[in-house]
Design a binder for this molecule. Structure first.
Ligand SMILES: Nc1ncnc2c1ncn2[C@@H]1O[C@H](COP(=O)(O)OP(=O)(O)O)[C@@H](O)[C@H]1O
Ligand SMILES: [Mg+2]
Length: 276
């Protein structure tokens, strides 16, 4: 860990890598998941986890299966969203099998069993994550539905899941969303520059950059990501949005201080202080 970790831009202790569903599925379908793409990303995440034992957590984007389950609500009443637990477990299982194939022990964990909202505020149950990390097993998380203070279920999208790990025991935490864009574009096209840094205390200008969200997307695409990451940053996390590349040589820069990241790699950092 480097000395400037107090500023939030040194090497983190824990990196939460969220691989967007956009990289491994076609979200307009209800069932698609590209197992070959998952395997490529699993290989990259496994290399990172082996290089930094006990310091990497994966969050799998729900992709088509997650968004599909939300679009087709089959149950009624308070637990109407429950099929989302099954759908996102299927996603976690695909990832868990991919990690097995590349020789990294990994265990899927249901977000609903780790987080709930109570009358006195949020409840976090992260001891098992610590134990898994301490024994060299990669925790595989994903979006889910979670219990609200009223006893209903609500969706906890995968961009929000890293928030479960911000209870203090894993910090400093860096949250990295690998997605199909290199950050928050400042123009209406994919060749416009990205916002290099967004101050979590004043995120309003980012919202002006957002493109309209497709109706099939149930988590607000980039808007949902900005909402989630601004909240994580307010709780002390350093958040990064960058493009995923399944054929990348390595993801080891994800553990490096921001100053040591490849200079030619576009990304958007969202945090409480500007990287040097
Ligand atoms: N200003 C913007 N810059 C980049 N992407 C944007 C912007 N506004 C909206 N988006 C959309 O957000 C998408 C990324 O979010 P999303 O599809 O939810 O990815 P993921 O599957 O990784 O969660 C982009 O593909 C793009 O369509
Ligand atoms: Mg998304």
């Amino acid at each position: 860990m480097s000395d400037d970790s107090a500023t939030g831009h040194g090497a983190p202790r824990t990196v939460v890598v969220k691989v967007g569903g956009s990289l491994v599925s076609d979200k307009r379908s209800d069932h698609d998941i590209d197992e070959a793409a998952v395997l490529d990303y699993a290989r990259l995440v496994a290399d990172l986890a082996r290089s930094y034992p006990g310091r990497v957590v994966l969050v799998a984007g729900g992709g088509a299966l997650g968004h599909g389950a939300v679009r087709r609500k089959e149950h009624d009443g308070r637990l109407a969203l429950l099929p989302l637990t099954r759908a996102t477990f299927a996603v976690k299982w695909v990832w868990t099998e991919a990690f097995r194939a590349v020789g990294l022990p990994a265990v899927p964990l249901q977000a609903m069993a780790m987080y709930a909202e109570g009358g006195d505020g949020p409840m976090f149950q992260t001891g098992v994550v610590s134990r898994l990390l301490g024994t060299g097993v990669l925790p595989v998380l994903s979006g889910d539905c979670v219990l609200t203070a009223d006893g209903d279920l609500r969706i906890l999208g995968s961009d929000h899941v890293p928030g479960i790990l911000l209870d203090g025991s894993f910090g400093p935490v860096r949250v990295v969303a690998l997605t199909d864009v290199p950050g928050i574009h400042t123009g209406r096209t994919g060749d416009s520059p990205v916002v290099p840094y967004l101050d979590a205390a004043d995120p309003s200008r980012a919202y002006a950059y957002l493109w309209p969200t497709a109706a099939w997307d149930t988590s607000g695409a980039m808007r949902g990501k900005v909402d989630a990451f601004v909240a994580h940053a307010a709780r002390g996390a350093e958040c990064v949005i960058a493009r995923g590349d399944r054929k990348a040589a390595s993801l080891r820069h994800l553990m490096a201080p921001m100053a040591d990241w490849p200079k030619d790699l576009p990304r958007t950092v969202i945090s409480r202080s500007r990287p040097a």
